[in-house]
Design a protein around this ligand. Sequence first.
Ligand code: PMP
Length: 452
Amino acid sequence: GMSKERIMEIRSKNLSPMTTKITYYKKPVFIHQGHMQWLWDVDGRRFLDLFAGVATVAVGHCHPKVTAAAEKQLKKLWHTTNIYVNAPINEYCEKLASHLPDPLKVIYLTNSGSEANDLAMLLARLYTGNYDIIAFRGSYHGGSQQTMGLTSHSPFRYPIATSSGCTHTMCPDVYRGPWGGSHCRDSPVQTDRQCGCAQGQCAANEQYIGQLRETFHTSVASRVAGFFGEPIQGMGGAVQYPKNYFKEAYKLVRERGGVCIADEVQTGFGRTGTHFWGFQGYDVLPDIVTMAKGIGNGFPMGAVVTTPEIAASFSKAYHFNTFGGNSVACAVGSAVLDAIKEDGLQQNSLHVGTHLMTELAKLRDKYEIIGDVRGKGLQIGVEMVKDKATREPLCPEAMMEIFEDVKDMGVLIGKGGLYGQTFRIQPPMCITTKDADFFVAVFDRAINNYMD
Ligand code: PMP
């Protein structure tokens, strides 16, 4: 193959500078091959992949059954568009719809999460006749012009280029929140200041919800088109909301004539363990659900699922997406749904994720610089701080040192949070408790090395 020097030369000449900016490591990894939760570099070194190409490889790299389904379809038919009737898209949409509650049964297929959220914004505006859209602070919903406006997560915004009628309301980052991390959240591990009632009835929860109501009252238009919420923030660093917060947001949005959109790009397809979709953990029913990433296990796909009523508002003019519903993508998508079921991956997410968070919480108790461990299933965040008293984010240099050390010991993890202070663990859902224990040992050693 090509030498590493040659690859880097091409990158600096022919790839956008953003490619280099987004590259994770100072000593980059040259990934060559993958199988299930494992990746190999060009030198044949094996890595445990706990980030899955940003929470995307849901069932495992080159999962044999998904690969076989793609191969079979590749030899039969690649592409027709929806101007012809063909089997794969119909089979797939029926199967995907069976995973959603009534009346969420109408599907639009896209190629990415940004496209899905863009379309959901359009649907919300057409259906309600309103324009304003609400999202939480710290949210990430995409990189297209409209979805960048919808996104709050500042490291990924170019505000001068995006004016899309979007307002960002509160996000009660329950660790950094105004009431010092005292709250109830839906995670097997709680913050050090957790009240412990777990019912959402404690004073801090009431304060959070009161603050949300007040924000809607003071900064949100009286008529809105829609509200987007990630059930657990992804890029934001596995940020979870207090109990009943999501439900209250839905109520406030609906009072203003808006529809509620669950962005399941990261939380969907069983990742949260307790449910197939993240929103189901909050006892709410969205009007629109958007998804991508895990839907195709790395094959470019996305989808918007909505009700027949909302879909009907989108029929006055044509709308066309050349690749949406591509035959190979649909064959892959079907095989992914089968693999999640056959391999018991939602259950595995819950089992391994709970174990991993429990073990990580022991490290949090041991080290001053681990502020918070949180999440659900295999959507996990480990927030790093200068010390537990100030909760000041650990500086980027220190984050990088630990991050690079973990990689050198053979584990790939992710990073997120507004200040880049949160390690993210969102692996292929096939990882085992043994893999989790290996990572905990590596992470323990990396923090020890840093403290020395
Ligand atoms: N929504 C969420 C919650 C995401 O995390 C992302 C991607 N990180 C997107 C939307 C956008 O998806 P894509 O990159 O496929 O456009």
